[in-house]
Design a protein around this ligand. Structure first.
Ligand code: AMP
Length: 425
């Protein structure tokens, strides 16, 4: 597999799939969090400094219009150009060119000179990018036909994008779990030595492979968030690898109820009770220590100003719901985390968006940072745990913060991601 580190882009036209799916300030239209833009810079910089030119392509949001000429202005990538130029000017590219129609950018791509950057309009203005027919009901009898036709159109769209360049780089980890034109299909048009991952994807894969294949023990997985159903496959895959499994957040209560506890109005997936029992049995059979909360901060309603009380986690008062872990659980979890050599964390311990129920998640974030300071390798992933780490100002106090929520979870489940397979095989 071609590596970006030892590739010389001199004189090459390079098409780069980046993840510029950035949030915008609704009033000003400005980029409100440029983490993803910053994430793509090392790859772009290398191409430019080697003497190549970069054609950047990305999606942003979910535009509905199929015709790019009527493309939804709210989703135009044009508006993020200043946020990119702010950084590219530091390596000699103060102005970025823009192609209004990503599927008709031949002339602009052809005219591109070394040291220049061309940004293509939002790929999802075209249904071909995702390869899903639009404007047809999923139950329509013509759906199968439409899907087959779209597959051909998607391949053509990918070929068109490929025709702009001699080399393809994929650096969009956040969409690596999707088989889209720009993330996977396009790779078919490039020879083995003309396609590679960018620096960001390499970092993501290194961090995840390290915990999946090369973890130092004790290895602790911390799983939180709302539902067991979202995390079941990750938990199952990790049971073969970890020594400790900490469970927190809303999913706690499906386990507690499965064990016969009283959970009041707490979140519970009734149809997952057997599954929760199965996980606990499997963990036991594999010798994995499972740590469930022992106490909880309860609320009388799901509200930031709710009244609160504290109870044992398996004795929630009637009419109340557990929205955070309480002191005894925090202490128990902290002990496990700070004594671990590898930690992976996905999902908050409580409804951390409400200040009254944010304490457990903050304490876990601090404990993960402490474990890192003690020499552990710590990987944080999933939108909400990343937000929690950032909220506590600890992003640079952990080993790695993954940028791809869904992609990271699927990789951790042991799945083959189309965007990764397309290059790595
Ligand atoms: P996820 O996307 O699955 O990681 O879930 C994150 C969401 O879970 C956050 O929005 C939290 O507010 C929510 N959450 C965490 N703990 C609880 C809880 N005890 N009850 C209800 N929701 C929770």
């Amino acid at each position: 597999m071609q590596k970006i580190d030892n590739y010389n882009f001199k004189g090459k036209k390079v098409i780069v799939r980046v993840d510029f799916n950035v949030p915008l300030n609704k009033e000003t239209g400005e980029v409100s969090d440029d983490t993803r833009i910053r994430g793509a810079l090392p790859t772009i910089k290398k191409i430019i400094e080697d003497g190549g030119c970069a054609i950047l392509m990305s999606h942003m949001g979910k535009p509905k219009n199929v015709n790019p000429n009527e493309g939804d202005a709210a989703f135009s990538l044009k508006q993020i150009i200043p946020a990119i130029e702010k950084y590219t000017k530091e390596f000699g590219v103060p102005t970025i060119q823009f192609a209004e129609d990503c599927a008709n950018a031949d002339a602009q791509a052809l005219a591109l000179k070394p040291g220049q950057i061309l940004l293509l309009q939002n790929l999802r203005y075209y249904a071909e990018e995702e390869g899903k027919p639009r404007g047809i009901d999923k139950d329509d009898p013509k759906m199968e036909e439409a899907k087959a036709a779209m597959k051909t159109k998607q391949a053509d769209f990918a070929k068109k994008l490929a025709s702009y360049a001699e080399v393809y780089v994929n650096d969009a980890f956040g969409t690596a779990h999707r088989k889209h034109a720009s993330t996977a299909v396009i790779a078919d048009s490039f020879a083995e030595d003309k396609k590679m991952f960018g620096f960001l994807i390499n970092k993501e894969l290194d961090a995840m492979d390290k915990v999946l294949n090369d973890a130092r023990k004790p290895f602790t997985a911390i799983m939180g968030g709302a539902k067991v159903s979202d995390k079941i496959n990750v938990i199952t895959n990790l049971l073969d690898r970890v020594q400790n499994l900490i469970i927190g957040g809303g999913m706690t209560y499906t386990f507690i109820k499965a064990l016969g506890g009283k959970i009041g109005n707490s979140l519970c997936e009734e149809d997952k009770l057997d599954l929760a029992k199965e996980i606990l049995d499997k963990a036991k059979a594999k010798g994995v220590n499972v740590f469930l909360p022992v106490d909880a901060v309860n609320a009388d309603k799901f509200d930031k100003d709710a009244n609160t009380n504290i109870s044992d986690v398996d004795n929630t008062p009637d009419g109340w719901m557990g929205l955070d872990i309480a002191e005894k659980s925090i202490k128990k979890f902290e002990d496990v985390i700070v004594n671990s050599k590898t930690v992976i964390w996905n999902g908050p311990m409580g409804v951390f968006e409400f200040e009254k129920f944010a304490k457990g998640t903050s304490a876990i974030a601090q404990a993960v940072a402490k474990a890192t300071a003690n020499g552990a390798f710590t990987l944080i992933g999933g939108g909400d745990s990343v937000a929690a780490i950032n909220k506590n100002g600890l992003a640079d106090k952990v080993s790695y913060v993954s940028t791809g929520g869904g992609a990271m979870l699927e990789y951790m489940e042991g799945k083959q991601l189309p965007g990764i397979v397309a290059i790595r095989g």
